[in-house]
Write a protein of this length. Structure first.
Length: 407
């Protein structure tokens, strides 16, 4: 027992010394970098406010200084950080002669960043107001299995369009009673709430309302989705959670010109009783361009079984010259499916051109339409950070196609 106690004390002592050494060396490095400057002190003062201009208290604030040769400067986090007071104010004492910027928010507010500025010797530098959006709403509930039994110790995560309430070194877990509670939710953005059911699977509930209380989330193996390889490090879960684009009413419809000037519509006989993939893309979009060769292969592979792919391009250069360059690129790629011109790439234009499409999030977006003309699935993005992820993404698309084509 005594040996165990001494071993434990030794472990914590080594850990404490390591932590102190790390922070001391980090602080010493900061001092060393700054000593090349004039060495005098400068005081930084500022205020954190919300979009209406009201002060935001109890928000974390930190400063960053820039070090490196001219043209190769890189920001390093300073050795001090603090929390704003009730008036949203903060103050730092720093060494002068360096360039700085200040950041606020993170855990309980969106992140706001000041412009870069130089701190002069002896001055009180008034940093511009930094705007953040406080995350002061909450959600609460329980995760249960199909029989209604609470599921304890389940990893979960939550995301909204502008904020990650569970962003930390590791995600939180449900309690022994299957309960969860998050008190740092933006009040005006719906959540994507995820329960990680195994190493590479999850179940996602989309459009969870802020301030939802007494939620009852039922795990259903049928609704589990496969996660991309390396999802913890590449934002795969984030993109899947926020992909809430949908088609309303009677379905998607459009009437657009192809690259030869012919008007094309989903009502054309060519698409009747066919499975159709409508791919929203642009030549300026890296993921879109990576996806094209796979779409070409899929058109070849499944055309005889009734697949039609329609690519609708939305470009940043909507001029005649821009579309001439676009047509040249399409010809060079030898695309074997229909390509239509959608116009400029702005979200409002995409939703105006494609009647029925709502909550368009980004490029590429692929809409899977069954033989009856109904939208059955929408994929936002093309995961391709690594070769394994790209192969996974192609498998997901082909799986959806196979399901819609049937035997």
């Amino acid at each position: 027992m005594c040996v165990s106690k001494y071993l434990m004390l030794s472990f914590w002592l080594v850990l404490l010394i390591s932590f102190a050494t790390y922070n001391g060396s980090s602080y010493a490095q900061e001092k060393a970098d700054i000593r090349e400057s004039e060495g005098a002190l400068s005081r930084l003062e500022g205020r954190i406010c919300d979009p209406s201009g009201a002060p935001v208290g109890w928000v974390k604030v930190r400063y960053f200084y820039y070090s490196g040769g001219k043209g190769q400067e890189w920001p390093f986090e300073g050795s001090q950080n603090q929390t704003t007071n009730m008036d949203g104010c903060y103050r730092f004492m720093v060494l002068a002669g360096m360039t700085y910027h200040v950041e606020a928010g993170g855990h309980n507010a969106t992140v706001g960043v000041s412009k870069r500025f130089a701190a002069k010797p002896g001055e009180v530098h008034q940093v511009e107001d930094i705007t953040v959006r406080p995350a002061r709403s909450s959600v609460r509930g329980v995760v249960v299995d199909e029989m209604g039994n609470p599921v304890p110790d389940m990893e979960f995560a939550a995301y909204s369009r502008s904020f990650e309430p569970t962003r930390s070194v590791r995600n939180p877990y449900t309690s022994m009673k299957g309960e969860f509670h998050l008190d740092n939710i933006l009040p005006d953005e719906p959540l994507g709430f995820c329960v990680i059911t195994s190493r590479n699977t999850a179940q996602i509930w989309k459009n969870v309302k802020p301030d939802s209380q007494d939620l009852r989330l039922i795990l259903d193996p049928v609704k589990e989705i496969e996660l991309p390889p390396g999802w913890r490090f590449t934002g795969g879960l984030l993109s899947l959670s926020l992909a809430n684009t949908y088609v309303e009413g009677k379905g998607l419809s459009f009437s657009l010109q192809d690259i030869e000037g012919k008007t094309v519509s989903l009502r054309d006989s060519r698409y009747m009783n066919k499975v159709v993939l409508v791919n929203i893309w642009g030549t300026w979009c890296g993921g879109c361009m990576r996806e094209i060769p796979h779409l070409i292969d899929m058109q070849k592979k499944y055309a005889s079984r009734g697949l039609e792919i329609v690519g609708i391009a939305f470009e940043r250069d909507d001029s005649v010259e821009g579309w001439d360059e676009f047509q040249s690129l399409v010809n060079k790629k030898k695309i074997n499916y229909t390509i239509l011109k959608g116009g400029v790439e702005k979200r409002e234009n995409v939703e105006a051109v494609l009647a029925g499409l709502k909550e368009f999030k980004g490029y590429p977006t692929t809409i899977f339409i069954d033989r009856d003309g109904k939208s059955k699935h929408i994929q936002v993005g093309f995961v391709c950070s690594t070769p394994k992820q790209e192969a996974w993404q192609v498998r997901q698309v082909e799986k959806r196609i196979e399901e819609l084509l049937g035997n």
